[in-house]
Design a protein around this ligand. Structure first.
Ligand code: DGJ
Length: 753
């Protein structure tokens, strides 16, 4: 890892172990132009890629045709309004209403370490087990200035030792005399050249989040985005630009991930000259930020990962970066950065709103017998909440349901040997709540217009500190009233009717972002006061599954769809960027509450094992045979969870692609062990065997092959890593009823001998 500035050539070069990145200062106006991002290169001077030799197009030599330069140059941080007709990063408006900016280089700094971004989640220096202040990060700051208005933009680039990623953000400052308005202030631009690329994104909906979508990139602009006030079920703040022939194991790919939990845009634009401009940042739709003289604005962090070895390497780089430098950022010593998460049982699908202390204790007692480690009390314990129609905001224990109070319940659950966790939905307010009756102006709304209800609730105006203060104090009172060790933080609707009773007219466009800052502030307070709390974020399932949330919660509820087969593609898509250690996954009851499918209990366990693992069912009522399998599943979780949590993830086959089976593996970092999960979804007629090819093993080491079913020809054999990876493992997929019913899975363990 190194960052350097070539004085004479005016070129910046950033190297990681396997990648290089370069940009340079060009011309009298000191434009900052992109030169290169890709596989590591030996030479430093690649100025020719900035096009400075492409006379007659540079303004220094041909000012009369300046537009043809601006509209084609590979800008590092393009601005709108002065001649570049492609979509850019910055749209600046002056107090007189004129839009336009031109940024030129004024200075730079290169230093060890990585700065924090005030109030915004960001990757941090410091790896597990290392000196937190000396974990090998380096940062480049390049300051650009618009001479006419006095706006400066500081572009930050950071790299971490051992991680092939470049992390970027931008800080703006108004050094002029008049107020300025940022109408668009993105975090990242990357200009690529002359290739036929595909765009890979994660699309979805409630109960089918993060499905992989791959399409060729044609001319024009292609965007994914959210304007829902959260990162959303529909589009995840991730995109990748891959070579047309890139596979899981071969070819070039550029991955982009946005460390933010609100509105975002991620786009690619293929220009008339066949260049490709990739952009990522806060969605400019509905956004505006006023910068008074001397004020600053921070655009959140966007991460770039380049791999020349296919999609899998990109995924593993994101996983390492998130696990080591993002998760638990809000509480760096939180035990769950390292420790296994307790196996929990959540009562949502077990009882919905119909529960009381006795019911929860009955669940806890039965759960304790099976080795479950924590009970989570979901929605319905507060105010008058008997359905989703009321009481959000009234965070006071409902003693009709919880007779004797919360402490009595928690103590009883603890007495069974289980930890206790609780659900909140702090950002919301029900029209039928005491809080709303007292403070109707606390809901986000446009004065004079009845705001749109979703799930019969409104959103609290978290841009206002007094509201965040009140909600936080209610939450804190609950959390300090009993021994509560886990919080599930839910958010069940998006934002609209964007009006705040507290913001001035020319700051109403700040509401979306100020709201997100309020959410970050309250989660930070929570983790400061309860540093070892296990926080699980959730948004109607996986509607806010993004890197911003990972800074606060090491796990996020993946989806309300707990059907094991539906989960295969949800978890496959999620794992393209997010580590398995953060994917909330539970075994639930059948017929599945979302799709009505019946899947063997064992298969449900195998699928949940690829995430944080837990249960979401009424353990007192499920079939005895299922209940009897729980202790074995928990033993399996303890046996393999360190591998799943910390290992390298490889996708072997995809049910979404082949319609028949799904298979993934995790390999220990030291390559001593690996676990392969194979789920046979569809029985295929006259099928004999399926060959799966493990990856990531030590080619020179010998591994014993163990399988929990008699479906492997080489069960018990010892083979060398290269043999296993090249020849593959042969699974007898012959539909024998003795071996396979519908939807059966197997676990294969490879242990170094
Ligand atoms: C949506 C969540 O995803 C569910 O798990 C559950 O907590 C409900 N909300 C409760 O209202």
């Amino acid at each position: 890892m190194s960052i350097k500035f070539l004085e004479k050539e005016k070129l910046f070069k950033i190297d990681t172990a396997k990648t290089s990145y370069a940009c340079g200062i060009v011309g009298d106006e000191k434009f900052l132009l992109h030169a290169y991002y890709g596989k590591k290169i030996s030479d430093d001077d690649v100025r020719y890629l900035t096009r400075i030799y492409e006379n007659p197009f540079t303004p220094d030599t041909n000012d009369r045709d300046r537009g043809s330069f601006l509209d084609a140059a590979p800008f590092e941080y393009p601005t709108e309004g002065i001649g570049d007709a492609r979509s850019g990063c910055l749209e600046l408006e002056t107090a007189l209403g004129h839009r336009g900016a031109q940024l030129g280089y004024v200075g730079h700094k290169i230093y060890a370490g990585k700065p924090e971004i005030p109030g915004i989640p960001a990757t941090y220096e410091g790896m597990a087990g290392q000196d937190k202040n000396n974990a090998g990060a380096q940062t480049l700051e390049i300051t650009l200035e618009d001479k006419v208005t006095g706006l400066t933009a500081v572009l930050f680039y950071s790299v971490f030792d051992g991680i092939d990623a470049v992390v970027r953000s931008v800080r703006f400052e108004n050094r002029g005399k008049e107020p300025l308005y940022l109408r668009k202030a993105l975090s990242l631009c990357l200009e690529l050249d002359n290739e036929d690329y595909d765009l890979i994104t994660l699309q979805g909906s409630w109960a089918r989040e993060r499905q992989i979508d791959r399409n060729p990139i044609g001319y024009g602009r292609h965007e994914i985005s959210s304007i829902r006030g959260e990162s959303s079920h529909q589009m995840n703040p991730f995109m990748a630009v891959a070579g047309r022939n890139t596979t899981r194991t071969t070819g070039e790919i550029y991955g982009f991930s946005f460390v933010y939990s609100g509105n975002f845009t991620a786009s690619v634009e293929r220009s008339q000259h066949n260049s490709l401009r990739c952009l990522m940042g806060i969605n400019p739709v509905g956004f505006s930020w006023k910068l008074d003289k001397g004020e600053t604005f921070n655009a959140p962090e966007a991460i770039m990962v380049y791999s020349s070895e296919g999609i899998g390497t990109m995924s593993r780089t994101f996983h390492d970066l998130f696990r080591e430098h993002l998760i638990c950022g809000a509480s760096r010593d939180n035990i769950y950065k390292e420790a296994p998460r307790p196996v929990l049982i959540n009562n949502w699908e077990a009882t919905y709103f119909e529960f009381d202390t006795d019911k929860l204790i009955a669940i806890a007692k039965e759960a304790a017998k099976s080795g479950i480690e924590m009970l989570v009390m979901d929605d319905g314990w507060f105010g008058e909440r008997s359905s989703d129609n009321m009481s959000l905001g009234d965070w006071f224990v409902n003693e009709d349901k919880l007779k004797g109070g919360l402490k009595r319940l928690v103590d009883a659950v603890n007495a069974e040997g289980l930890k206790f966790g609780i659900w909140f939905e702090p950002e919301m307010i029900s029209p039928d709540s005491d809080l709303y009756r007292e403070h109707p102006d606390w809901a986000i709304a446009i004065p004079g217009r009845r705001p749109t209800l979703m799930r019969n609730q409104y959103v609290l105006d978290f841009s206002r500190k007094e509201i965040v203060d009140e909600i936080y104090s209610r939450i804190k009172n609950v959390l300090t009233s009993a021994n509560i060790e886990y919080v599930k933080w839910d958010m069940n609707r998006g934002l609209c009717d964007m009006g705040s009773y507290a913001l001035e007219a020319d700051k109403q466009g700040e509401l979306f972002h100020r709201y997100v800052l309020g959410v970050y502030d309250i989660q930070q307070r929570l983790l400061t006061d309860f540093p070892n709390l296990l926080l699980e974020n959730c948004s109607g399932g996986g509607g806010r599954f993004d890197p911003g949330m990972l800074y606060y919660s090491p796990q996020i509820w993946c989806s309300d769809d707990t059907d094991a087969i539906e989960r295969l593609s949800i978890q496959e898509g999620t794992a393209i960027v997010y580590p398995l250690s953060c994917m909330g996954a539970h075994v639930s009851d059948c017929p599945n509450h979302t799709v009505g499918r019946v899947t063997p209990f064992e298969t449900r366990g195998y699928v949940a094992l690829a995430g944080t693992f837990g249960y979401e069912l009424d353990i007192t009522r499920i079939p005895k045979e299922d209940r009897e399998m729980i202790p074995g599943q928990i033993e399996m979780y303890h046996k393999y969870n360190a591998l799943v949590r910390n290992g390298d993830y490889y996708r072997l086959t995809s049910y979404k692609e082949n319609g028949a089976n799904d298979s993934w593996m995790v390999v220990a970092k030291d390559k001593s062990r690996a676990l392969i999960t194979y789920i046979k979804v569809m029985a295929q007629p006259n099928k004999r065997s399926t060959l799966i090819k493990p990856m990531g093993l030590d080619p020179n080491a010998s591994y014993r092959i163990l399988c929990d079913k008699k479906v492997l020809s080489m069960e018990g054999d010892v083979l060398q890593g290269d043999t296993i990876m090249n020849c593959g493992l042969l699974i007898k997929d012959n539909n024998s009823p003795d071996m396979w019913g519908d939807f059966r899975g197997v676990l294969i363990e490879l242990a170094k001998v």
